[in-house]
Design a protein around this ligand. Structure first.
Ligand SMILES: [Zn+2]
Length: 968
């Protein structure tokens, strides 16, 4: 069998002019995952099939074309990405304008289950099949086969899509994005990359003719550059047969063109210091960076090569830890920092040390970057530092092995596809552990130092300052002078780290169980301890070796003091960063290295919430950590220092982006001025402090109503015992407070219209429309309103995106409150070309009005409902669903157990008349409020050609519709 498998690609080589690309394992001593079945068709198309059983009865499919923007000619810049959009607009088996609706009728969600992306060197199409019936699989392959060779690329459809691509370009434009374009233009000067941003050039997007599309499609969508990946609940032989039948007829449609020449790297051979400065006045921060760039030629992915780079990875982790500790010190002139070294596109190696800071701190931050880099390069690392990162690395390998049996098909498909893009062997977590484990035992600080020095061996330093720093006079000279001044400073070895021991093992005598009940049909256990702590548990087999926890305490934002607006946000920023009484946050990281524990903290609408993930081995430590956060929060001043930096950056960003007015004003207007909604002005926010957080939060944590939910691969009795020793031992808890006076929030009595202009040069605006609805406390109604939101969202896709070509990603959804009785609203959001703002606002309201007067159609309802039912079937086997939607508050609100029982049949039973009645109640045009945000300076023309482009692989279709919660 093995011989035959080796022979097939060889025969293919002889028979056809094109050689099939070998799989990465062909040139490696590494073994690929034995569960994956690799094959190559005679025409060179490769495929990988990997059976996998989570989620049940679903399959993830990918079609990879190893060609992207780099393969474009000069007059095709943007065509690779544009073509990806056109794959949805007409092909052999799917008439223009029918594919998205076809997917919806199959129970797939546009954006989540069907999507695509284009990068410099790849185009990837994805399908998440709703089931694995033979007809569904065959349909999936028919769609892929049309993408691969059956696109119509009609001139009308190309013209219709131009506006959507321009809108996508506008949606992606930002100062951060412009900075990346400028910076890569500097680093990769001389190469093809800066000339081939995937989103493309306005000139090409608006004018490219059908021939340019045909040329690219016929030349590069060729079988030997394609791979099909299928992961899921499938039979290998059946899928292999389908792949062979579907793709064997695929032929070359044009003469094969050689791979593009990537050009040179001007900077790679240079020595000395090279300075780059790119100011963006509207950026919320400044970024300083020291780096190098070198040529890199592909290395095969072998055991030796993987092990060669291990010490370098560990060295970077250790430097990143130092930067995170330094950033918190009093007077630190930077907010955060990180370092990395990577090889990209088999073409270049980039090393970089990057810090972000306030505008006026750029020179001091640059000095820190230089000196920390040299401190590592000259003095190396301490054994204690290495021990910590090795413990974390080893634990991540071990957890990967233990959680492997329940990996999900979509992430496996994504990993398999990237391994084909990057020519890496798709190894198993167990083989990775066997490879790296012994190396981690042996690795020394000296090896890490040697690897770091090798990574920084280029004879030059590239010194870059970007963002909002205003540098007077000759900026380059000033940056060079600041760097050289720092470079002349001697650096001392790093401080020696002190050892520390976990200080929270004893919370007093274990609590007694006062009540215990088993809900048989849901297999859920509900426990009440003598001190009033509630515990809801469910053992599942959805995720091997993983336990998820959620703790709700006290009243959360319900009790936020009205005279301290923004305090909840401030508490979110500072609570975890403040550490514990006995340990700072950095000391905790050292103590907890190598363990699978962690506890977040956040202020929710009606509780303080801590959540985390662990496993059986670390469950007690995890609960100790969560309980320690409750009984002994640290409120250390370093948290206030870091929060101040974050607040300053946030407000600078809000000043110059369309989301600013929504966060600062609209949220509060929608709640008739209630200060718990939105953020206060900057000056008010900067008054918030740790004493206020302490005064508000401490009494609630000390006695507040407490409900814990734990779901996953757990032992019920051991879990109850661990909770008894921690939360069960805390002082008595109060019953849930009603707080009726704090639960009053009112939507404005009269519809309103607001316009804002934001000082920004980015030529995009936002239109938002609001219709008052109601709360989410009556589940029957809430589910129907959610579905109405999905229908509205789909109508906006058809009208605003497909018909008008005016927006890349319009979205709508219902936002019902489950805290404030009667409160909720439907909202629609569209990113727009500013001069079109009023027209789009009118259009959105008219789309709502049409639903109000004429109602929906059975087909629309089905296309909204079927993808939801697919999601429900899948979520029933996820710990996240059980934790968040069922168990988090199962004792406070026992009706949530019933919601779980009825959700599928209830949503299935929703009728057109249910939806039409709600549209009649809520979507009247005279109830609609409108908000328009546009830039101050509206350019007369679209964005200048040289600026707005897409740095990352980008999706043809939006990944998610904003503001559209799924029905529970
Ligand atoms: Zn796109």
């Amino acid at each position: 069998m093995r011989r035959l498998a080796l022979l097939l690609p060889f025969l293919a080589f002889v028979t056809f002019a094109q050689a099939a690309l070998p799989f990465p394992q062909a040139a490696s001593d590494l073994k690929p995952d034995p569960a994956a079945h690799f094959g190559t068709l005679p025409n060179g198309l490769r495929y990988v099939i990997r059976p996998n059983h989570e989620p049940r009865n679903r399959a993830s499919m990918r079609l990879l074309i190893k060609a992207g923007a780099l393969n474009e000619n000069e007059n095709q810049r943007g065509v690779a990405h544009f073509l990806e959009h056109l794959s949805f607009n007409g092909s052999e088996h799917y008439a223009p304008g029918t594919l998205i609706e076809f997917f919806q009728r199959m129970g797939m969600n546009f954006g989540d289950d069907t999507n695509a992306s284009t990068g410099f060197d790849r185009t990837i199409y994805m399908l998440e099949l709703p089931d694995t019936k033979p007809a569904t699989l065959a349909e999936g392959f028919r769609v892929f086969s049309d993408y691969a060779g059956g696109l119509l690329l009609l001139a009308d459809e190309i013209d219709k899509e131009r506006g959507i691509i321009l809108s996508e370009k506008r949606t992606r434009d930002s100062v951060g994005y412009r900075t990346i374009v400028a910076q890569l233009g500097f680093l990769l000067d001389g190469s093809r990359f800066p000339q081939r941003w995937p989103i493309g050039e306005v000139e090409v997007i608006t004018k490219a003719g059908r021939n340019e599309f045909l040329d690219f499609y016929n030349t590069w969508y060729r079988p030997d550059l394609m791979s099909v990946v299928v992961v899921g609940d499938v039979d290998v032989a059946a899928v292999e047969k389908l792949i062979t039948e579907t793709f064997s007829p695929l032929k070359l449609r044009a003469e094969a063109r050689p791979a593009p020449d990537l050009g040179k790297l001007t900077l790679a051979d240079q020595s000395g210091v090279h300075v780059f400065h790119h100011p963006e006045a509207e950026a919320p921060e400044t970024s300083v960076s020291i780096g190098t760039i070198q040529r890199y030629a592909a290395e095969p992915d072998t055991a030796a090569v993987r092990l060669k780079y291990l010490p370098r990875t560990l060295a970077n982790y250790m430097i990143n830890r130092r930067l995170s500790i330094l950033a918190k010190k009093e007077g630190a002139p930077f907010t955060s920092g990180s370092t990395s070294v990577s090889e990209e596109f088999d073409f270049f190696r980039e090393s970089a040390m990057t810090l972000t800071c306030r505008a006026d701190q750029w020179a001091d931050a640059l000095a820190v970057a230089d000196q920390e880099l040299r401190r590592a390069l000259e003095h190396g690392f301490q054994p204690a530092e290495l021990k910590e990162v090795v413990a974390n690395f080893r634990n991540s390998l071990e957890q990967a092995v233990k959680t492997a049996p329940t990996r999900r098909s979509d992430s496996l498909a994504a990993e398999l596809t990237s391994s084909l893009v990057d020519d890496e062997v798709f190894t198993t977590p167990a083989d990775d552990q066997a490879l790296y484990g012994p190396a981690l035992e042996r690795v020394t600080p000296a090896e890490c130092l040697a690897a770091l020095r090798a990574a920084w061996s280029a004879p030059h330093r590239l010194v870059m300052v970007t963002g909002n720093a205003r540098i007077e006079g000759d900026a380059s000279a000033a940056i060079r002078a600041a760097f050289e001044k720092s470079a002349a400073t001697k650096v001392a070895p790093p401080e020696v780290l002190a050892d520390a021991k976990w200080g929270y093992t004893d919370f007093g005598p274990a609590g007694k169980v006062a009540q215990r009940e088993h809900i048989d049909d849901l297999d859920v256990t509900l426990v009440t301890f003598a001190n009033g702590v509630r515990l809801n548990l469910k053992k599942t087999d959805f995720e091997a070796n993983r336990i998820r926890l959620n703790v709700r305490i006290g009243n959360g934002q319900l009790t936020e003091p009205a005279d301290k607006p923004g305090l909840a946000g401030y508490a979110n920023q500072t609570f975890v960063e403040g550490g514990l009484g006995k340990h700072s946050v950095d000391e905790l990281r050292r103590i907890l290295a190598g363990r699978t524990v962690g506890a977040s903290f956040g202020v929710a609408g009606d509780a303080f919430v801590s959540s985390g993930n662990t496993n059986q081995q670390d469950l007690l430590l995890q609960l100790q950590l969560m309980a320690a956060r409750i009984v002994d929060p640290g409120f250390r001043p370093e948290a206030a220092r870091q929060a101040r930096k974050a607040i300053e950056e946030l407000y600078l960003s809000l000043e110059h982006t369309p989301r600013g007015p929504f966060t600062l004003e609209v949220s509060r207007i929608l709640a008739s001025g209630d200060t718990r909604f939105g953020l206060p002005p900057r000056e008010e926010m900067l008054k918030r402090n740790l004493n206020e957080v302490k005064a508000w939060v401490t009494p609630e944590l000390a006695h507040g109503y407490t409900e814990i939910a734990i779901v996953g691969d757990l032992d019920v009795e051991a879990t109850i015992a661990a909770v008894a020793q921690t939360f069960g031992a805390l002082p008595p808890r109060e019953p849930r407070a009603a707080l009726e006076d704090r639960r009053k929030v009112k939507y404005p009595d009269e519809p309103f219209a607001r316009s804002y202009s934001v000082p920004t040069e980015i030529p995009k605006g936002v239109v938002a429309i609001y219709w008052p609805t109601t709360d989410g406390l009556e589940i029957h109604r809430t589910r129907r309103l959610s579905l109405l939101g999905l229908v509205l969202s789909d109508r906006l896709r058809v009208k605003v995106r497909e018909e008008l070509g005016d927006a890349y990603s319009p979205g709508a959804g219902n936002n019902p409150s489950d805290i404030y009785p009667g409160y909720g609203y439907m909202t629609a959001n569209v990113t727009i070309d500013p001069p079109r703002a009023q027209l789009i606002a009118d259009t959105v309201i008219a789309v709502g009005a049409d639903l109000f007067t004429k109602g929906t159609t059975d087909d629309e309802l089905a296309r909204a409902k079927l993808p939801v039912l697919t999601q429900l079937r899948e979520s029933a086997r996820t710990n996240q669903y059980w934790l968040g939607s069922v168990l988090a508050r199962a004792q406070e609100r026992p009706q949530q157990l019933d919601w779980c029982r009825t959700r599928y049949s209830d949503i299935e039973s929703i009728t057109k008349s249910d939806i039409d009645a709600l549209a009649k109640t809520y979507l009247a045009p005279e109830h609609a409020s409108r908000v328009i945000v546009v830039p101050h300076r509206q350019p007369d023309e679209p964005a200048p050609a040289a600026t707005a482009t897409a740095p990352k692989p980008d999706a043809a279709k939006p990944a998610a519709q904003p503001g559209a919660p799924k029905p529970e």
